[in-house]
Design a protein around this ligand. Structure first.
Ligand code: SF4
Ligand code: SF4
Length: 444
């Protein structure tokens, strides 16, 4: 283990659902599919209002490689396609489907033909599977990188370092055979016979034990127990803490011979290659002080937060704040009508007492956010940029402050004694900077 580890925060684990095997949610009456559920371009709807659809049927096709197709999670009727306000403040077309409650499976579902790296990449793209740890990066694009770079190490990310979330842990405990098959699949088709390292935090001893047992006879696979320091699961942090390699600013991990894949993503790729059912549901941890019975739920993608909460037993008090995702990197939602999307690993509903504890006040210039940042950024400079009136000056300062390197881990927001919404502001500013640069480059 390296002397100086990245990731500095010891945060409460709050993993009260760690022993809860996921329960499968019934079909809700309506599901909503925003066409942007991944990094990259929104998908393009291929259905229209009044069309009937079945489970696993394509409803929005990928707009190129840096996009991902979307499939219906229920059978029923498309009611409308309207605009959805995303967490980055932009609006995307969104497909609404009324469920018939029957969950009739589309007759086109069949396992893909996979016989080499190209067909594996095609299959992963077609499956709609993206980085399910929250990053949402199209997994097929990640694999494309191995064609031009020598791959030496695949790190399987089982860190699941955010408080509350336990879906990855459950995947390791409940479906080790899928994880084994996923590794076998990659070993069969990746060109450079890499080694595999599972990075798992030490607060999940059963997961470490299970994965180590499954691969006990395979010398190319090892398990590295990692200290529970946040944000252990952030890609660059994980690479440094497992291999001691720093990924420079303008390089991708694959250029250094490394690929990181989330453990649930790996397992679901193996499942898709076996049964051909694309990504239509996912595990979501429902927890928080307002939740009556915290549990893990297999949720049809597109189900509304309200319906998930109701299915799981409801609330014990009013939820003053609901977070989609984990409490560190997730987004607060204004309405419980918001849908679960492909990257939603958690729904955290907080009581008034806990939500009010987060009330924001003015910055006291303590510097804790800068100290906590695993990317060695200075979040206060983003705050200074936000106050500038001149757009060019604002964008220049954001760029100079290297806001693009922010991995959106939320450590800065967590340590801030003034409870400043630093991460929310960063996300908005990153989106503005992207648009500004695209505009300047004449792309828009
Ligand atoms: S600035 Fe970004 S990378 Fe640094 S602590 Fe904040 S969210 Fe994490
Ligand atoms: S941690 Fe909060 S209060 Fe302290 S400098 Fe950063 S933004 Fe200001």
């Amino acid at each position: 283990m390296f002397e100086k580890l990245l990731g500095k925060l010891r945060i409460p684990h709050l993993k009260s659902t760690a022993s809860c095997e996921p329960v499968v949610m019934d079909a809700p009456s309506e599901v909503i599919f925003p066409t942007l559920q991944h990094r990259g371009k929104p998908a393009i709807p291929v259905v229209k209002a009044t069309d009937t659809v079945k489970v696993g049927q394509l409803i929005a096709e990928a707009d190129g490689k840096m996009s991902s197709p979307i499939y219906s999670s229920v059978s029923g009727k498309v009611t409308k396609i309207d605009l959805h306000l995303g967490a980055d403040g932009r609006k995307y077309p969104s497909i609404r489907i009324e469920s018939d409650g029957l969950m009739t499976v589309c007759e086109d579902i069949k396992p893909p033909v996979v016989e080499d790296l190209d067909t594996l990449i095609e299959a992963i793209h077609a499956s709609g599977i993206i980085g399910l740890g929250g990053a949402g990066f199209p997994t097929a694009v990640k694999l494309e990188g191995v064609k031009n770079n020598k791959l030496e190490t695949v790190i399987i990310n089982g860190a699941e370092c955010e408080p509350y979330l336990t879906c990855d842990a459950r995947m390791m405990l409940d479906n080790p055979e899928l994880i084994f098959e996923g590794v076998e699949l990659l070993k069969k088709y990746l060109p450079d016979t890499p080694r595999f390292i599972f990075g798992i935090e030490t607060n999940k001893p059963e997961c470490i034990e299970t994965v180590a047992r499954v691969f006990a006879d395979d010398e190319s696979v090892s398990v590295m127990p990692l200290p529970t320091l946040y944000p252990q699961g952030a890609e660059k942090v994980l690479i440094y803490n497992t291999l001691g390699i720093t990924v420079p600013e303008n390089k991708l991990p694959i250029e250094l011979g490394v690929m990181v894949m989330n453990v649930t993503t790996l397992a679901l790729i193996a499942k898709y290659v076996k049964d051909g059912m694309p990504l239509t549901s996912r595990c979501v941890t429902l927890d928080g002080s307002a939740v009556k019975e915290p549990k893990n739920v297999i949720v049809p993608i597109g189900a509304k937060v309200r319906d998930v909460i109701e299915f799981a037993g409801g609330l014990k008090c009013e939820a003053a704040k609901i977070i989609l995702g984990g409490p560190m990197t997730g987004v607060s939602i204004y309405s419980d009508e918001e849908p679960v999307i492909k990257t939603t690993g958690g729904i955290i509903a907080l009581s008034k007492k806990d939500a009010l504890a987060n009330k924001s006040t003015a910055c006291i210039h303590c510097g804790r956010c800068t100290e906590a940042c695993p990317q060695l950024l200075d979040p206060t400079s983003f705050g200074r940029a936000a106050k500038l009136d001149n757009v060019d000056d604002k964008m220049q300062l954001l760029d100079e402050s290297r806001i693009n390197l922010c991995v959106e881990c939320g450590s800065c927001s967590f340590v801030c004694p003034a409870n400043r919404p630093i991460l929310e502001n960063i996300r908005t500013m990153k989106a503005s900077l992207r648009e500004y640069k695209a505009h300047k480059a004449g792309l828009k």
